[in-house]
Design a protein around this ligand. Sequence first.
Ligand SMILES: CSCCC(=O)C(=O)COP(=O)(O)O
Ligand code: ZN
Length: 209
Amino acid sequence: MSIDPAPAATLSEAAREIVEVGRFLSVRNFVPATSGNFSRRLDARTAAVTRSGVDKGELVEADILVADIHAPPPKGSSAETPLHLQLYRDRPEAQAVLHTHSVVAALLSNLRLPEGELVLQDFELLKALGDTRTHEAAVSIPIFPNDQDIPRLADKVTAMLTRRTDLVAYLIAGHGLYTWGRSMAEARRHVVALEHLLTYELEKMKVRR
Ligand SMILES: CSCCC(=O)C(=O)COP(=O)(O)O
Ligand SMILES: [Zn+2]
């Protein structure tokens, strides 16, 4: 079943969605301490992004800032804002971007970095990702080495997204997960499904040892 793209949001609608998703992801332990960051497209040129350094489970409307997707990030916004803005430039259909720091995302990305990607296959839950129609589909999740130079990392991600139109997510080794959606609901579904799929992969590695 395909999902209708969500229309652009007003700043207060976007802020409400971001605050809600922060609580949802925080209670599931996907954004420990002050980790993670979220954004919601407002229109073709702007997006709402979270403030840097705050607990993402305790966001309030004042923690949501407006960024021009073609300009430097606003002062005080997430240290990883360039990774969000780059996605809105590279994926015009993206309406929301979510970045999480779960145990499984940090650990599995570390263990599998040498392969450069994780290929997910043979799980029914794959059908929760984008337009994937069957458990037989091979869904690739690229893994990038972590980098404190976020604009440099954003350039590497852009190069990958330009070549690979099929992607719904990527991992940063030892760091976390980035995924996006045609609505905030779709992006949130991607986080939850991927958390389970990554857990399956980690468990498979234990069984094979
Ligand atoms: C405490 S986690 C280190 C920074 C990070 O990776 C992250 O996701 C949160 O950064 P922000 O600037 O968005 O708070
Ligand atoms: Zn992070």
